[in-house]
Design a protein around this ligand. Sequence first.
Ligand SMILES: CC(C)(COP(=O)(O)OP(=O)(O)OC[C@H]1O[C@@H](n2cnc3c(N)ncnc32)[C@H](O)[C@@H]1OP(=O)(O)O)[C@@H](O)C(=O)NCCC(=O)NCCS
Length: 165
Amino acid sequence: MEEVTVRGVCPEDLERVTAVEAVCFPAAEAATRESFQERIAAFPEYFFVAEVQRGLIGFINGCVTNSPVIFDEMFHSTSYHIPNGENLTVFGLTVIPEYRKQGVAAQLMQHFIQTAKNTGKRKVILTCKERLVPYYESFGYAYDGISASTHGGAQWFDMTLVLKP
Ligand SMILES: CC(C)(COP(=O)(O)OP(=O)(O)OC[C@H]1O[C@@H](n2cnc3c(N)ncnc32)[C@H](O)[C@@H]1OP(=O)(O)O)[C@@H](O)C(=O)NCCC(=O)NCCS
């Protein structure tokens, strides 16, 4: 397998991040270029990309909040980012199809969790589709039931990784 590097996002990644998102999510769920531009400016320290020699193949990002769960407004405005908040959210974890099932998303997630630990967060929280519940459980996330989120018209499930009680 090719060597995969995980590094912090930079403004030059904007076009490629937007393209990867569009390949991986239905249009109603995909974040827009404008949204990524805002996120890269607002919380670059919680936005990581996975790269091989030919370029960017996936990424993970999220804001910081005091809320125990993700709510839909967060996806649309970085004004909900509270830099010194307690919990780190996962807005999206994405790997292009050609590089899936090789542990790239796991590498991104482990890096994200380690960042949450290094910055003293209490929890990492995410919402996911039902089919991914067991995948996130493999990182230690607990299933918290159906989310209030209706992002993109889909049903979502809340999951929480507790780092500090
Ligand atoms: C979900 C997603 C990020 C997973 O990316 P990925 O890089 O394939 O993830 P991983 O390789 O870490 O794990 C995927 C599976 O491959 C398995 N796997 C990991 N390394 C492997 C290897 N070397 N050989 C065989 N299988 C492997 C994992 O155990 C996991 O198995 P599971 O599906 O039974 O749980 C990717 O499919 C994606 O971008 N999907 C579309 C967007 C999406 O739904 N994102 C999540 C929304 S929150």
